[in-house]
Design a protein around this ligand. Structure first.
Ligand SMILES: [Zn+2]
Length: 62
């Protein structure tokens, strides 16, 4: 998928455990200890993407 972790720079996998912060930024759970933002939600990338439709913004389909 085309979203990367801002802490480690690695693209998320759907099965990765992630944290969603107040700025709607996804960060790996394992990377999040470095972040200072308020934690809004957490779970697998797949579940967060389904729960928050704003991630389904228009991205070019190849
Ligand atoms: Zn990371």
């Amino acid at each position: 998928m085309d979203i990367r972790c801002p802490e480690c720079g690695i693209y998320f996998d759907y099965a990765d455990e992630v944290v969603l912060d107040e700025a709607n930024t996804l960060t790996h759970t394992s990377c999040y200890s470095n972040a200072i933002s308020f934690k809004k939600d957490s779970g697998k990338t797949m579940d967060i993407l389904q729960k928050y439709p704003f991630f389904h913004k228009s991205s070019p389909v190849n």
